[in-house]
Design a protein around this ligand. Structure first.
Ligand code: SAH
Ligand code: SF4
Length: 346
């Protein structure tokens, strides 16, 4: 059975042919504005609820639900209908509520320092599976309105291109989310960046750079062998020229690998040539990569060094580390043995 979130409004209207038109709006409002399950949409008659309840089934089943940062970060492991598992992370800040969604179960890109990459690829998600993660999180956010969606969970969103673009468009249309509050993070699939630029969506693009030196980047991000830094640069120039949107680079700081003075200068040149923002991420530990993250002191001096070269730079906090919910840690290890606090599901 499909998830109701796979359906466009037109498809839902077809399913409800014969019912008064306002029923479509009521169901739609329940699903997309209220984030309700079919059986909770009490504005429609019980018989219709029962009929829709037989046509649709949620695609996500909670198998683990943990939180950290005094409840401000919450991670779910969901089982999909075919048994594949994915993870979704909700983060509350003073000024915004952000959900980090998965676009694939696993990832085929094989970045060495990333837990998802270490675990390999299972399959692409459908648009409904991506959207249901957002709606599940919106509901869990309770009275606070979910304001931002980042495609930074498991998977490479631009390797699941159509689904990612479809999900972005529907969040904009159906949830009224500003595309500016939607961020797609890519490891650097150059042709897909150029294609995305043509979509006319004012979303934020984050490119996971990690090294501005081909020899080092080849080791960290195997896709660099296919689209080396020069090719990625072309795609980034194209993105900025076509969309007039600021680009941001993500850089997971790894001790002795990409936190040297030379690495800093290479990054400064690359970022300056594109007027890109840099987001430094202290490396989060993963089981398959036994290299340390950069010390807090070096993270600060690296940041200062970039600023001194005119770069706009931020250091990402390490939200969710204790529950393996931080960047690059999503790999479906159940947290039973970890220092996490189980909570009831929403
Ligand atoms: N596949 C996409 C989006 C998912 S990864 C991408 O690579 O951009 C989300 C972010 O987490 C990326 O910037 C990725 O490089 C980063 N990341 C992966 N492993 C990490 C780790 N161990 N520590 C810190 N960041 C990591
Ligand atoms: Fe995939 Fe991104 Fe992890 Fe690389 S960093 S393996 S692209 S999820």
């Amino acid at each position: 059975m499909p998830s109701a979130y796979e359906y466009t409004k037109e498809e839902l209207a077809e399913l409800l042919a014969g019912e008064p038109r306002y029923r479509v709006d009521q169901v739609w409002r329940g699903l997309w504005t209220e984030g309700q399950r079919i059986d909770e949409i009490t504005t429609i008659p019980r018989a219709l609820r029962a009929r829709l309840g037989e046509a649709f089934a949620p695609s996500l089943e909670v198998v683990n639900d943990v939180q950290s940062d005094q409840g401000a970060t919450r991670k779910w492991v969901f089982r999909l209908a075919d048994g594949a598992t994915i993870e979704t992370v909700l983060m509350g800040y003073d000024d915004r509520v952000t959900v980090c969604v998965s676009s694939q179960a696993g990832c085929a890109m094989g970045c060495t320092f990333c837990a998802t990459g270490q675990a390999g690829f299972t399959r692409h998600l459908t648009a409904g599976e991506v959207l249901e993660q957002v709606m599940f999180a919106a509901r869990a956010a309770g009275p606070r309105r979910l304001s931002n969606v980042v495609f930074m969970g498991m998977g490479e969103p631009l390797a699941n291109y159509k689904v990612t673009v479809d999900a972005v468009k529907r969040l904009h249309e159906y949830r009224g989310m500003s595309a500016r509050h939607l961020t797609v993070s890519t490891v650097g699939v150059a042709p897909a960046i150029e294609r995305l630029a043509q979509e006319g969506l004012p979303l934020t693009l984050a490119v996971s750079l990690h090294s501005a030196n081909n020899a080092t980047r080849d080791q960290l991000v195997p896709l660099n062998r296919r689209y080396p830094l020069e090719r990625l640069h072309e795609a980034c120039v194209n993105w900025v020229a076509t969309t007039s949107r600021r680009l941001s680079f993500e850089w997971a700081l790894i001790d002795g690998v990409n936190d040297t003075d030379q690495a800093l200068d290479e990054l400064a040149d690359y970022a300056n040539s594109l007027r890109a923002h840099v987001n430094l991420i202290p490396l989060n530990p993963t089981p398959g990569y036994l290299v340390r993250g950069t010390s807090a002191q070096r993270v600060r001096s690296f940041r200062d060094g970039l600023e001194a070269q005119g770069i706009n730079v931020t250091v990402r906090n390490t939200r969710g580390r204790s529950i393996d919910a931080a960047c690059g840690q999503l790999a479906n290890v159940t947290n039973a043995k970890r220092r996490s606090i189980p909570v009831r599901s929403a």
